[in-house]
Write a new protein. Sequence first.
Lengths: 349, 349
Amino acid sequence: MYAGRMNRTHAVQKVPHVTIADVAERAGVSVGTVSRVLNNVENTGADVRLRVRGAVEALGYVPNHAARSLKRRLTMQIALVVPDLGNPVYAQMAVGVQREAAASGYHLTLVSSGGDWSEERLALQSLEERQVDGAIVCSLNVTQNLVRSVAEHASSICVIGALPLDCPVDNVRLDSVRGAELAVEHLVGSGRRRVGFVNGTPGTVPHEVRDRGYRQALARAGIAYDERWVASGDFTMTGGYEAVDRLLDTRVPFEALFCANDMMALGAMRRLQESGVSVPRQVAVVGMDDIEAARMSTPTLTTVSLLARERGRIAGELLLRRLSGGGAGEPQKVTVLPKLITRESSAVG
Amino acid sequence: MYAGRMNRTHAVQKVPHVTIADVAERAGVSVGTVSRVLNNVENTGADVRLRVRGAVEALGYVPNHAARSLKRRLTMQIALVVPDLGNPVYAQMAVGVQREAAASGYHLTLVSSGGDWSEERLALQSLEERQVDGAIVCSLNVTQNLVRSVAEHASSICVIGALPLDCPVDNVRLDSVRGAELAVEHLVGSGRRRVGFVNGTPGTVPHEVRDRGYRQALARAGIAYDERWVASGDFTMTGGYEAVDRLLDTRVPFEALFCANDMMALGAMRRLQESGVSVPRQVAVVGMDDIEAARMSTPTLTTVSLLARERGRIAGELLLRRLSGGGAGEPQKVTVLPKLITRESSAVG
DNA sequence: CTGTTAGCGCATTCAA
DNA sequence: TTGAATGCGCTAACAG
C-alpha cells in the first residue's frame, strides 16, 4: 500500500518554460526588441543588445522551435525516404544528405519505408503537414502521381533514382549502364578478351541495365557476344556461387568475370577458388557496389562504386538550393557516373 | 535581357494553405468541432462527422504540424545522436530505433555527431528547443554534466553505452566482457585449449574489456594465461594481419584465435591462409561485431554479435515508454548480452 | 453534442 | 531605434 509514493523519486520537475516575454521583462525591453536582437535583424542599440543577451543567458532561455516554425513557415528540417536504412547503400546515402543538411543548419528526418508504398505515402504526408521543408525520396515506387501531388503542394522535393518522364522535380540519377561498361572495359583493357558475366535476377531493371552495358562494352572492343559466357544469379552470394558452377560446367574457357554485384562476385570467387582456379591469375573478377566486404575478401575485390554517399550529397545540395531559392527555378537533373575501384581481384600478371 | 522571364516556367504556385477554419466553414460547423472530429475526441454527431470528413477531403486539408506542436507541447519526434552514421553499427542502431518509433507514430531525427562533442551539444540543444520530445544518445562523450543539464530541462533522454554512475537517465548497455567470454568459451568448448588472442589498440576501453573476458574465460576453463599467445592490432584488417605475423614468429603453437573485432579477424585469417594454415582445421577463428563481411568471407567467420539493432530497439522502447508516461518514473537500466554466431571458421573436425 | 474564445511562443507590421 | 498589437493554425476549457 505504498503505491502513493512510487515513481516520485525521480519525478520530472517541470522547468517553467522561459519565453521571450520573460527575457523581455528581465531586460526591461519589449518582446519585439528581444526577437529582433535574437535574430540579428534591423539596427538595435548596443546597450539594449547587451541587456537582452544577458537576460537570455541568465534565464537560460532557448527559443521554441514550434512557435518559430508556425510564424516563419519554415521548419529547417528535411526528410530522407529510403527503402531500408539497414542496407549499407542507403545508410551511406543518408550520411551524404546529413552532412549537406547539417552544413546548412538543417536537421534530417529519416524514414525507412521498408519498400512499402503506404509508408512512403505517409512520409510524404509529413511533408505536406509542413513538418519538413522538403524531402529527398529514394525509391522504386515513386509514381508520377505521387510526386505530382506533392509537387503541387508547393513543397520542394528531390528524387534519387529513376523517375517517370516529365516529372517536374529535381532528380539525381546514376548511369548504371556506364558502370557495367567500366567494369568490362577494365577487364578487356588488361588483355582478357573472354569475359564471363554473372548477371542478376532476369526480368529486373538492374539485370537489363547491366546486360546492356556488358554487350556495349564487348561490341566496342570488337568481341562477339557469346551467351555461353553468361549466367544469372539472384544477387546473393549463393547465387553467384552457383552461377559459376554452371559456367564451369559448360567448359567454355573464360579469363575474366564481371558480376552484377559484389555479393555475387564474392560467391563467384569462392567457387572459382574451390575449383582451384586462381583469382586473378587465371580469372580476373570485377563486382559492382563496393560493399565493405569487397575491401576485406581474399583477394580484395575490384568493383564499380555506385557512389551512394555522393548521390545523397548531391541530392541534398539540390534540395537545399531549391529551399533557399524559395522553391522556384527549373527542375535540376544530375547524372552521376559510377567509379571503378581497382583492387587485387583484377590485377594483371 | 530576358532575365525577367527566367525561372518562371516551373514557378511554385503557392497553394493557399487550407486551414481548419476553411474546413469548418465548408462543413458548416465551428473550428472546435472540426478539431474534435479530426482527433476522434469526445462524442461527435455522426452526421457532423461525415460533413467534416467530406470537407477535409474536398479541400485537401492537411493539419499543420507546427501549430499542433505549439499547442500540444508535443512534436511526436525523437532524435538519435550517433558518432557516425556511415558506420554499419550505428546504421543498424538507427534501424532499431526507427522501427520502434514508427510503430508509435513518432518520427526520427538523425544526428551524426562525427564524434564531435560540440555537435552533440548542438543536437541536445535541439532537444531543449523542444524540436523533439526526447533523444537517444549513443556516444563516448556523454559527460555527466551534459546529461544532467538536459535531464533538468525535463526532457526524456536515453543513453546507449557507458554512463557515469549516478546519472538519472534511462540507459542501455552491453556486457562486452561477457561477449569476449562467449567467444573463448566456444573455442575451448570445441576442444581447443591453446587459444591465441588478437586484441585491439592497447589503452582503449574495448581493449581492457576484451582482455578481461579472455582471461576470465581461460581461468574458468582451467587454462593458464600465456602472454605469448597475445598480440595487439589497431582494429583494422591490416592490424589483424600483422598481429598474426608476430604470433607466428614466436613459433608458440596455437589451435584457436580470438580477435577483438571482425576486421582484424578477417586480416588474421588471411595471414593464416597465406602461411598454409588451414582455417578452421588447424586454427579456429572467432571475431566480434558480426559485420556484413563476416558472412561473406572464406571461410565464413564465427563471431559475437553486439546486437546494435536490438540495442537501438530497446532504447527506443525505453524512451517511448517514458514519453507516454509523462517522463516520470525511475530511470531504467537494461544490459544486453552479446550473442555468439557460429559459422565455418570455428567448425570442428 | 456543439459554438465561442483564449492562448501556445514568436515575428512583424505599424506607430511613436 | 523601440513598443504595442496582430495573427500564424490549432487545441482545450468553458458555455450553451
